[in-house]
Design a protein around this ligand. Sequence first.
Ligand code: AMP
Length: 282
Amino acid sequence: MIICTKKKKLADLLFKKNASVGFVPTMGALHEGHLSLIEKSKQDNAITVCSIFVNPTQFNDKADFEKYPRTTEQDILLLNKADCDILFLPDAEEMYPAHEPVKVYELNYLEQVLEGKYRPGHFQGVCRIVDKLLQIVQPGKLYLGQKDYQQCMVIKKLIQDHFSGSIELVICTTLREPSGLAMSSRNMRLSKDARQKAVAIFNSLQQIQNHIQHTAFASLEETIVKSLLQSGFDKIDYVVIANAENLREELHFNPQKKYVALIAAFINGVRLIDNLLLNTEV
Ligand code: AMP
C-alpha cells in the first residue's frame, strides 16, 4: 500500500495511473465496518483509496475531538491486510491551509434536523473536508456507510451541487457486532458494561420496526426514549421516525411511504448513533 501525506502527490499519482478509482473517506480507528467499504470498493474499481483524517471542523465539541480514538499504526496494518492500494494520511495544515476562505454549503433543512440540530456546524465541516478530498482524489465511486444516514444525504447533495452528479455514491449496509450493536470507532471508548447496555439502541430500532404500522409515531418515540433511559443511557438527543427520502418527521404509517428510524444517545459519556430502514432495502 502506498501511503501519501501530501494532496499534490496523491493527485499526481492518481493522474498517472489513469484507472477507475473508488474512495473510502474515514476518520481512522478502523473496524470491520470500514473494511467492508474497502472490500466493496476493491470489487468495483481498479484502485481503492482510503483516507484517514480526524476532521476538526466537523466537531462542535472540542473535548469530543480530543478524545476521538487515534490508532494509526493499527489502521495501517488493517489496510495492508485488506489490500487497500493507497492511504491518504494528511495532517491538519495540509487540509486547512492558514487564511483559506471558508466555503459555505447550502444544505437547508438537511442541516437543521437530527445531527444538524444537535451538532451545530457539523455538516458544514463534513462538506468542507469531503469537498476537498473529492477534488483531490476525483473518484468514480464514493463509498459511505448507511450508519451515518443523514451524512449520506448531505454528501449526495454535495455531489449534485458541486460535482454535477459526476461521482457515484455507493451506500453500504451497517456492520454490526453479533449483539446487534452497530460497529463504531466510538465503541472503543465504552466500558464493558456500557457496551452491553448499548445494544438497547438496536433493540429499540427493531421495536420501532415491529410497531410502526399500528402505533402513532410520537407515542412510539416517547416509549423508546423512556426505555433507553431505563436501559442505562444517560441522555437521549433524539428518537425519530422520519421519511427515508427527505428526513421529514411523520406522524402515522402510510404503506406508500418509506421510513427510517434514527437514534442518537449518550452512554458512559459517549455519543452513539444508529438507524434502521423500516420498510425498504438500502
Ligand atoms: P468514520 O470513520 O466514522 O467517519 O466512518 C467512515 C465511513 O465508514 C463512513 O462512511 C461511515 O458511515 C462508515 N461506517 C462507520 N461505521 C460503519 C459500520 N458499522 N458499517 C458500515 N460502515 C460504517
